[in-house]
Design a protein around this ligand. Sequence first.
Ligand code: HEC
Length: 239
Amino acid sequence: MQKIGLQLIFMVIIFMVACTHEPSETVEPGPGDNNGGDSGDTTQVAGCDPDTVYFKNDILPLLQSSCGTMGCHDAGTATEGIILTDYENIINTGDVEPFDAESSDIYEVITETDTDKRMPPPPNNPLSQEQITMVATWINQGALNNSCESDCDTTDVTYASMVAPVFENFCLGCHDQATANGGVVLETYDQRATLANSGALHGVINGTNGYPLMPPSNGLPECEIAILEKWISDGAPNN
Ligand code: HEC
């Protein structure tokens, strides 16, 4: 019973921190933490190792868009940015134990089967098994503040292999049936292709032609923009 209480408190804290953008207390890294709260400790490598999960490439966008599902989208917060944009707060407010996903609160709440305690809470969908595995892998690899620079090869852009994952990891959290921010749902190929062919997708990923920049505040990384642009100029095929 006490555990339930603690989890509720944790969820409320995440909510408040994520939605109000208040500076949160910095928790000193424990003795076991290899790189705990040191956000300057960024390891960037050229070339992405397919077996490594990278914080900046994989985890941050996922958490940003999942936080978007938590009702953090009043005008102020969406444009100002979300506290989950930074490594230190994710480590601290998510109670991440490097190398130990099972002991990390953030992992516990995303895998919670009781929907009253699960994050993101209903009516939002839970994270997919793939996304959950990605979070677990990142933590078990040390929860590093790492990133990689992919070659960004856009010669063979296909919808299934390259475009769909961008929508899933960078947009869906805020634009599924349940969240539908701005009235926009991006779950199916048809919905995505319609957006591409209308010119709106080009507008939002560049923040041009009067469209708000998407994802709000930071936009997409360069390579993801290049992938979507290539797909748009190909006529948004379902390949
Ligand atoms: C963190 C939440 C969040 C993420 C992630 C996000 N959006 Fe949005 N989106 C919003 C909100 C909030 C609005 C409505 C407010 C606005 O128009 O500024 C919106 C509006 C839109 C609109 C309507 C714009 C208009 O005014 O016509 C489109 C199109 C859109 N998003 C596409 C995307 C795409 C594509 C992605 C992924 C690349 C994405 N969004 C990622 C929150 C998000």
